[in-house]
Write a protein that binds this ligand. Structure first.
Ligand code: NAD
Length: 320
């Protein structure tokens, strides 16, 4: 009999990619709980529902009765993606971030305490480490957390809750901290899809500050493969950093996309910098590479071309 997995936030960017990854590469049955916020993909969920290995429950992870509705099975694991994830939104209105990212994670931990799943993988972010100077070494799992915006502060809070439930109750918990993802199904509000959308429509492309902020990019499928490895072989109580080793300035990414799309750099428009904007993220993935044998498969340039093509097709499809 196939084993069962519960995916929270499986209608969002990375969660949805992960569901497709599991359906293609494993025999797990999957239940997704997602409240279908603006960032989700209800149409994809509808398509997935024709698979006998897939089940969807519309629900909010901060509501006990909604989580309870999923707990009619013994799960091999809960993979916890559900979150409010857009930094700019967290600066304007942090309330939803506090509720979903902190309270929602707490609610799931309480169900784990009742024994509904054999383990939980908590999907966190490199943003909890704060920012790096150019001359500093990349973040390791031992770097102290030091979040600088409400989004990363709520993620860091959830990481600490997870840590405390492992230390206090001995729950089977693992945390992952990944760098910036890109790929299919990312919401239009995020950096790379915004550039593609604006360039496609010959609109000005807003670049925060001087555009010299550095991010470490990873293609989403490489992230999904890392989580899948952790699901099988990860050690309880551990944190695993996952990074692309692709440090790029925001400006260079904009220029590369304009080049792929054959658009002029004159579309670039420098706008006021984001408040508390972290200057540089870089992540050291030695631990997951050495202990679990994870290696990134996708080259940045090729994966970016593939991503640009995917988004252009989606934007055109939607405008029909
Ligand atoms: P996303 O915003 O695209 O998707 C989040 C999903 O969670 C959506 O489908 C949304 O409907 C759902 N959701 C939100 N609130 C919910 C609630 N209260 N109950 C149930 N479902 C709810 O986010 P993403 O980019 O796919 O990120 C997924 C996870 O990965 C997040 O925890 C994020 O912190 C982490 N992460 C993201 C990145 C990145 O580059 N996108 C990098 C590292 C880590």
């Amino acid at each position: 009999m196939s084993k069962e997995i519960l995916v929270t936030g499986g209608a969002g960017f990375i969660g949805l990619n992960f569901v497709y990854y599991l359906l293609k590469n494993t025999s797990y049955n999957i239940t997704v709980i997602d409240s279908l916020t603006y960032a989700s993909h209800p149409k994809e969920i509808l398509n997935l529902m024709s698979s006998p290995r897939f089940r969807f429950i519309k629900g909010d992870i901060k509501k006990h009765k909604d989580i309870q509705a999923t707990m009619d099975r013994n799960y091999e694991a809960i993979i916890h993606f559900a979150a409010e994830s857009h930094v700019d939104k967290s600066i304007k209105k942090p309330e939803d971030f506090i509720q979903t990212n902190i309270v929602g994670t707490y609610c799931l931990l309480e169900y784990l305490l009742k024994g509904y799943a054999k383990r939980m993988i908590h999907i966190s972010t490199d943003e909890v480490y704060g920012t790096l100077e150019l001359n500093q070494e990349p973040f390791t799992e031992k770097t102290p957390i030091s979040p600088n915006n409400p989004y990363s502060a709520t993620k860091a809070s959830s990481d600490l809750l997870v840590r405390s439930y492992y230390e206090t109750f001995g729950l089977p918990l693992i945390t992952t901290r990944c760098s910036n993802n890109f790929g299919p199904f990312q919401h239009k509000e995020k950096f790379i899809p915004t550039i593609i959308y604006k360039a496609l429509h010959n609109e000005k492309i807003p670049v925060y500050g001087d555009g010299m902020q550095i991010r470490d990019w990873l293609f989403v499928e490489d992230h999904c493969r890392a989580i899948s490895l952790i699901l099988e072989e990860g050690v309880f109580g551990e944190i695993y950093n996952i990074g692309g080793g692709n440090e790029k300035t925001n400006l260079s990414v904009v220029k590369q996309i304009l080049n792929i799309m054959g658009r002029e750099e004159s579309l670039i428009e420098y706008v006021e910098d984001r408040k508390g904007h972290d200057r540089r993220y870089a992540i050291d993935s030695t631990k997951i590479q050495e202990e679990l044998g994870w290696k990134q498969k996708f080259l940045f340039n090729q994966a970016l071309e593939k991503t640009v093509e995917w988004h252009i097709n989606k934007f055109k499809e939607r405008s029909l």
